[in-house]
Design a protein around this ligand. Sequence first.
Ligand code: DGY
Length: 321
Amino acid sequence: MGKVFITRRIPSIGIERLQAHHQVDVWPGEDPPPREVLLDRVRGCSGILSILSDPIDSQIMDAAGEALRGIANFAVGYNNIDVSAAKARSVQVGNTPGVLTNATADIAVGLILAAGRCFGPAIHNVEKLQWRNWEPMRFLGQEFEGKTLGIIGMGRIGMAVAKRLHGGWDMRVLYTSRQPKPQVDQQLAASRVELGELLSQSDVVSIHCPLTAETRNLIGTDQLQRMKPHAVLVNTARGEVIDQAALAQALSERRIFAAGLDVTTPEPIAPGDPLRHCPQCLILPHIGSATEHARNQMASMAAENLIAAISGKPMPFGVGL
Ligand code: DGY
């Protein structure tokens, strides 16, 4: 039996699965454990089950010590984990791919519609008792049928969004990806293009790439400049992919129509960030995977990852050491 630290309360299915094999310590707070607490609680652990906002670096791994066998992230993204430091210590790293694809794709589609059809200002209008009559010239949004969708990062989630919008709204699909995707091209009549072309041709741009050194601030002033003035930009990946100051500027100058963000940097978004008060920017508190189904599956997968790693087997959902 090893010791496992879980950095936040997760669905009980994952905790109970781990408790059947290991001694489990769950951080009970709503907020992340402070750094000193994290360093202390991981001491002697064979496994750490982390949340995407916990930075799991070499110091945390060293604090856990020699017993550490696996780090299982309760997320598909794992940019919070120093994978090379884990590799150097022969510690396996795992994530939860696949099970949150539909949940996240649905949120991306929701944000496209909500941002493009001015849900933010319209809801504000009702809440503030400003709805006086039917107004022919207010809350005029965009239509999407037959328009062009640009997917940045055609992985599982990008593909699920493209399927929904190609099938539902008959949108033409452009995408960027490191590798050609002949099956996607065939299935969705999609075309892989350079980022510049995608930005200048798309009416909707939806971000689905992982956060890496190459994708940090991928969308800044120059890229926003290339977009159409009626375009809608949506991000359900990681906040750091967009330069938020540049986005706030572009929205205030009406260089694009609207943005919908499920992710920001930092999270939560800073109180003084101009995007918080920008009517054309709709912000959600990172709820892409927030369905019971997805979160239960994520908990099970993370538990299975740790159980395997601690018993010396490869994680079933390892990120490849
Ligand atoms: C992930 O899994 O990476 C999402 O951002 C949260 O579920």
